[in-house]
Design a protein around this ligand. Structure first.
Ligand code: ATP
Length: 262
């Protein structure tokens, strides 16, 4: 862990988080014994095979449902439901087609009672950050998939949350757009300094984006790998030795986790 990370205040704390769902054939174990302390400004990427509880973990942090066991806190405050301190971006951007791009970005601000003028200014600032200021008046169905996802990111950032939670946000994009979006996201995160929790099953994406990488095993999801990345934040060429070697360690952990669940 870097020196800044050691001294930075805690953005996210998960203590002994566990969860299971009631299925038709009995209880389905989803998560067990998840302990994480994430300092502000870090980019936590959670990787794991299908069914390892990645989305469950994100939904618990988002406050969409409480964990069966354990506790979650964001900036020291216990999570008891969704709140403006957490911005969420899903794989399918859930934008309102009848609203303009700018009104979509303003939506969360409207919910928290921010006045009209400030709403507009903050939305435009976020749209500029994601390079979409000139689409402000367009409808979201006029945009490409990558652009729509950028609007969703701008919307999540507009209320200035303590942490942004992203669940496979680039999973539905083609490979080229996906790589471009990863680059843009890193540039954006450098500018905003935001704390990020990012879910993916793509090891390459994890190494590209993470300052900390966690791998979950399946049923129930337990942390089987937890490493801080000392790769440079500015540039991360995929051919560099450090990149290749971290990718190999993460891939091995994911392979093992997937094998153990069969
Ligand atoms: N609402 C639900 N009701 C019952 N079981 C559920 C529910 N949501 C998830 N599960 C089960 O919990 C486990 C973890 O699911 P989760 O979606 O969190 O995993 P994941 O790692 O995100 O998977 P994927 O990569 O396939 O999206 C799985 O066994 C899944 O079937």
């Amino acid at each position: 862990m870097s020196r800044e990370a050691e001294t930075a205040p805690t953005a996210l704390e998960l203590r002994a988080v566990g969860h299971e769902y009631r299925g038709r054939g009995g209880w389905v174990p989803a998560l067990e014994g998840i302990d994480v302390r994430l300092p502000q400004g870090e980019h936590l990427v959670v990787v794991g095979p299908s069914g390892s509880g990645k989305s469950t973990l994100l939904r618990i942090v988002a406050g969409f449902h409480p964990p069966a066991r354990g506790a979650v806190a964001v900036n020291g405050r216990p999570v008891t439901g969704p709140g403006p301190d957490r911005g969420v971006v899903f794989q399918q951007p859930t934008l309102f087609p009848w609203l303009s791009v700018r009104a979509n970005v303003e939506f969360g601000l409207r919910m928290t009672g921010v006045g009209r003028k400030e709403r507009r200014e903050r939305a435009m600032r976020q749209l500029e950050l994601v390079g979409l200021a000139d689409t402000a008046r367009m409808r979201t169905y006029e945009l490409s998939g990558g652009m729509r996802q950028r609007v969703a990111i701008a919307r999540a950032l507009a209320p200035d949350p303590a942490i942004v939670l992203m669940d496979e946000p680039f999973g539905a994009l083609d490979a080229l757009t996906r790589e471009r979006m990863q680059e843009e996201l890193r540039a954006l995160w450098r500018l905003s300094g935001k704390t990020l929790m990012f879910i993916t099953h793509d090891v390459d994406e994890a190494v590209h984006l993470g300052t900390r990488i966690i791998v979950l095993s399946a049923r129930p999801g337990r942390i089987v790998f937890d490493e801080s990345s000392d790769l440079p934040r500015l540039e991360r060429p995929r051919a560099d030795q450090g990149f290749v070697s971290l990718r190999e360690r993460v891939a091995a952990a994911v392979r093992e986790a997937a094998g153990a669940s069969r």
